[in-house]
Design a protein. Sequence first.
Length: 161
Amino acid sequence: MQTHRLVRDALLTAVALTIFMVEAQIPAPVPIPGIKLGLANIVTLYALFVLGPWDALGILLARILLGSLFAGNMMVLLYSLAGGLLCWAISCDLKKIMTLQQIWLCSIFGAIAHNLGQMAVAVAITRTPGLLVYLPALMLSGVIAGAFTGWAAQFLVHRMP
């Protein structure tokens, strides 16, 4: 059973990493740094709600590390880790009170948390509080992207065994 779990998690990591790499090649829809759909989070949400928090965390961390290595930008690792871990923690807490019909809502809060984590790292690294001017746009994009990825994950949870 342990081998089955490892193979399943590795396959989901490969899917998430592939989505991440393809999305990285798509030009940003708006000229604001840090805004993207975060389509790889569909896999993380699926794993969280179907497999559990620890499988989801393993898939998330592997995707972040490998994505940073493959993209050749290790600085992104710090931003992705901060955002991803905060998103995971918030999503784990919300999973306790939300149903499978509310994955989209959990995803919105997770996306907002992700943006807050990334912004905190950006301000801490650059020592530039002026970056917070991007926060309203990031929050709006978090709501939109979170709803989209959440609905996609919710659909996936109901369609896949």
